[in-house]
Design a protein around this ligand. Structure first.
Ligand SMILES: *Cc1c(COP(=O)(O)O)cnc(C)c1O
Length: 545
C-alpha cells in the first residue's frame, strides 16, 4: 500500500511536513496557543472564537457510520468538490501527469485538472452512455495517468456504472487511483462501492451531503479510501477547513433520528423521477429521454421546440447542455408542485395538484432527539420508532385511523423512564400537525366519535387553534407496555397545546390495554374528518383559525 502511495503521490507532497494545526477540541485547558480571542462574540451560538478541529471527531464518526467505513478511511471535505481538488493537488505534477475522464461527465474533473496543470485523457462513453471498459483500461496503460474519474450515477446522463466494470478498471490500474464519484448513489437501486475499499487499495469513493441530504449550502462531503490515501490528502487539506457553525448544524441534521425522514424524502424523489419520466415521454417537445438512477433526467428536445422559452417565461430553470449536443437539457426532480410546473411548460401536466399539507419537525435536547414528518394528504408511509413498543403502536393508531402519513423516530433517555420521550413525541406530533394544517383552509375542523360498543371511548375534537383538554378516564398508574397510565392524559395535553385543538375525551372499561387503545384509535378516527380538506374556505365565521 505504501508502495502505491510512492507511485501516486507527488514526491514533494509525500515528503511534506504539514502545517501543525491544533488537534481539536480541548477541554479543561487554558488555551493560549493559537492567538485566539478569549471571548466568543455576542449573538453567536457556540465557541466560535476557537479554531475548529481539522477533522471534527464526532462528525467524522457519524459520517463513517453513515457510509459504512472505518473512521480512518474517511476524510471530511468542503463538498465532494474539494475532494476532487485535493486528489489533483496531492497526485498530479503540473505538465507531467494526467487524469482520465469518460465524457460526457461532471465538468469539474477537467476544470480541477487544468487548475493543477494536469493533462486530460478523454475516453468517451459509447452508445447509450455505456462505459467502454476495455478502451478505458488501454488508455490508462498508454498514458501517464494518475487519476481515473468514474461517475456513478453519472452526471449528466444519470447512468450507473456496473460494479464489475469499476473493479475491473481498478484491478487493471496498479499505479493509479480510481475515483468513483457517488454524489447521487442514494437515488440509485445499487449499493455504494465503499464495501470494496478493503479489497481494492487504489479505489477512492466520493460522497456528498449536498444532494440526498439536502445540505448543498453547508458544503460537506467525504473522500472514502484506504488510510494511506486519506493521510496523503490530509497533507494538502487546509488546517481548519470546516467552520464550527457548519459542523454543529450538519451534525444535528444527520443525527440518526432523522434518517427515516431522509429515506422518505429520497423515496419521494425517486417516485417523482419516474412520474416526470413517464409524463415527459408523452410530450411532443421531447425527442428522447434517458432512464436515470439519479435525481435528474437528461432530455433531448425536438429541434425547433419552443419549450425553452415557455420554461423561461414561467421562471423554471433547467440546465442547458447544448455545449454537449444541440437541444440537450438536464432537469432536476423537485417537489410535486415544482414538477407539475415543469410538466405544465411541456404541456403534459396532470391536473394541478393542491399542494400537499406536510411538515417536518425536529427537536433535539439533552433528554430526547425526535424527528417527524407528517403528510395529511397521503396515508403512506407510517414508520414509527420511539423505543417504546406500545407507544409506537398507539401513535400508529392515530396515524392509521386519522388517515395521514407519519414518520416519527425518537431516541430518548429511556434508561430513566418513558416520561421525556413520550411527552416530547406528543409535542413534536402536535407541532407537525399544526404546521401541516397551515391556515387550516378547507378543513372539516370538527371530529366526533360516538361510543363504539366495545371500545367505550368518546372523543370530540375542534381544530380551533385554541388549546383545551378535557380528559375523563380512569387509567391505572401502571399503564401498559412501558407507557405509564398518567402519561396518557399528558400526551393529549401536549397534543392539544401544540396542535392548537380542543380535545374532549371520555373513556371507560375494565382492561387497561383496551381503554388506552380505544382512546388512541378514537382520537385518530375523530381527527380524520377534522383534518380532511374540502375546498379552501376557512371554517370559521371569524375567517381565521
Ligand atoms: C454535485 C456533484 C458533486 C459536488 O458535490 P458537493 O459535495 O456539493 O461539492 C460532485 N460530483 C458530482 C458528479 C456532482 O454532480
Amino acid at each position: 500500500m505504501s508502495r502505491l502511495i510512492d507511485k501516486i503521490a507527488r514526491p514533494e507532497i509525500a515528503k511534506l511536513t504539514p502545517y501543525a494545526a491544533r488537534g481539536g477540541a480541548v477541554q479543561n485547558a487554558i488555551l493560549l496557543d493559537a492567538n485566539e480571542n478569549p471571548w466568543a462574540p455576542p449573538s453567536v451560538s457556540g465557541p466560535w472564537n476557537r479554531y475548529p478541529a481539522q477533522q471534527p471527531a464526532a462528525l467524522r464518526a457519524r459520517m463513517a457510520a453513515l457510509y459504512g467505513v472505518a473512521e480512518e478511511q474517511l476524510l471530511i471535505t468542503r463538498g465532494a468538490d474539494e475532494g476532487i481538488d485535493l486528489l489533483f493537488r496531492a497526485t498530479c505534477r503540473p505538465g507531467i501527469d494526467a487524469a482520465l475522464i469518460t465524457p460526457p461527465t461532471f465538468s469539474l474533473y477537467e476544470v480541477a485538472a487544468r487548475i493543477q496543470g494536469a493533462a486530460i485523457i478523454a475516453e468517451p462513453l459509447g452508445d447509450g452512455f455505456d462505459i467502454q471498459t476495455d478502451a478505458v483500461i488501454a488508455a490508462i496503460k498508454a498514458n501517464p495517468v494518475k487519476l481515473v474519474f468514474l461517475c456513478s450515477p453519472n452526471n449528466p446522463t444519470g447512468k450507473l456504472i456496473a460494479r464489475e466494470d469499476v473493479l475491473r478498471i481498478a484491478n487493471a490500474s496498479a499505479d493509479q487511483l480510481v475515483v468513483i464519484d457517488e454524489a447521487y448513489v442514494e437515488f440509485a437501486d445499487a449499493p455504494s462501492l465503499s464495501a470494496d475499499l478493503g479489497d481494492t487499495p487504489n479505489l477512492v469513493v466520493l460522497r456528498t451531503l449536498s444532494k440526498a441530504y439536502g445540505l448543498a449550502g453547508a458544503r460537506v462531503g467525504a473522500v472514502l479510501a484506504g488510510k494511506y490515501v486519506i493521510d496523503l490528502l490530509r497533507k494538502v487539506l487546509a488546517p481548519y477547513p470546516l467552520p464550527g457553525p457548519v459542523v454543529a448544524e450538519v451534525s444535528r441534521a444527520i443525527n440518526p433520528v432523522n434518517m427515516a425522514v431522509f429515506n422518505t424524502r429520497i423515496a419521494q424523489i425517486k417516485a417523482g423521477r419516474e412520474q416526470v419520466f413517464a409524463a415527459l415521454s408523452r410530450s411532443v417537445d421531447v425527442q428522447k429521454i434517458w432512464p436515470s438512477s439519479a435525481n435528474f433526467l437528461l432530455v433531448k428536445l425536438k429541434s425547433g421546440s419552443d419549450v425553452a422559452a415557455r420554461l423561461k417565461r414561467q421562471a423554471v430553470h433547467v440546465r442547458d447542455f447544448s455545449s454537449l449536443e444541440a437541444d440537450l437539457i438536464r432537469i432536476s426532480i423537485g417537489s410535486a408542485e415544482e414538477n407539475t410546473a415543469l410538466l405544465g411548460a411541456f404541456g403534459v401536466a396532470e391536473k394541478q395538484p393542491v399542494a400537499p399539507r406536510s411538515a417536518t419537525v425536529s427537536r433535539q435536547t439533552k433528554e430526547t432527539q425526535i424527528s417527524a414528518l407528517v403528510n395529511l394528504d397521503t396515508i403512506e408511509p407510517v414508520i414509527i420508532d420511539t423505543g417504546i413498543g406500545f407507544f409506537d403502536h398507539m401513535l400508529e393508531q392515530i396515524s392509521r385511523h386519522g388517515g395521514f402519513s407519519l414518520v416519527l423516530t425518537a431516541k430518548g433517555d429511556l434508561h430513566i423512564d418513558e416520561h421525556h420521550t413520550v411527552e416530547d413525541c406528543a409535542i413534536v406530533l402536535g407541532q407537525a400537525l399544526r404546521q401541516a394544517l397551515g391556515d387550516r383552509a378547507g378543513i372539516g375542523r370538527y371530529g366526533f366519535v360516538l361510543p363504539m360498543d366495545e371500545a367505550q371511548a368518546r372523543i370530540a375534537i375542534d381544530l380551533s387553534g385554541r388549546p383545551n383538554l378535557r380528559f375523563e378516564a380512569d387509567i391505572p398508574a401502571e399503564g401498559v407496555g412501558g407507557l405509564g397510565g398518567q402519561m396518557v392524559p399528558h400526551i393529549f395535553e401536549s397534543l392539544a397545546q401544540h396542535l392548537g385543538a380542543a380535545i374532549h375525551i371520555e373513556a371507560r372499561g375494565d382492561n387497561t390495554h383496551h381503554i388506552i387503545e380505544a382512546i388512541f384509535k378514537s382520537f385518530g378516527r375523530a381527527l380524520k374528518p377534522a383534518l380532511a380538506r374540502h375546498g379552501s374556505a376557512i371554517p370559521s365565521t371569524k375567517g381565521v383559525l
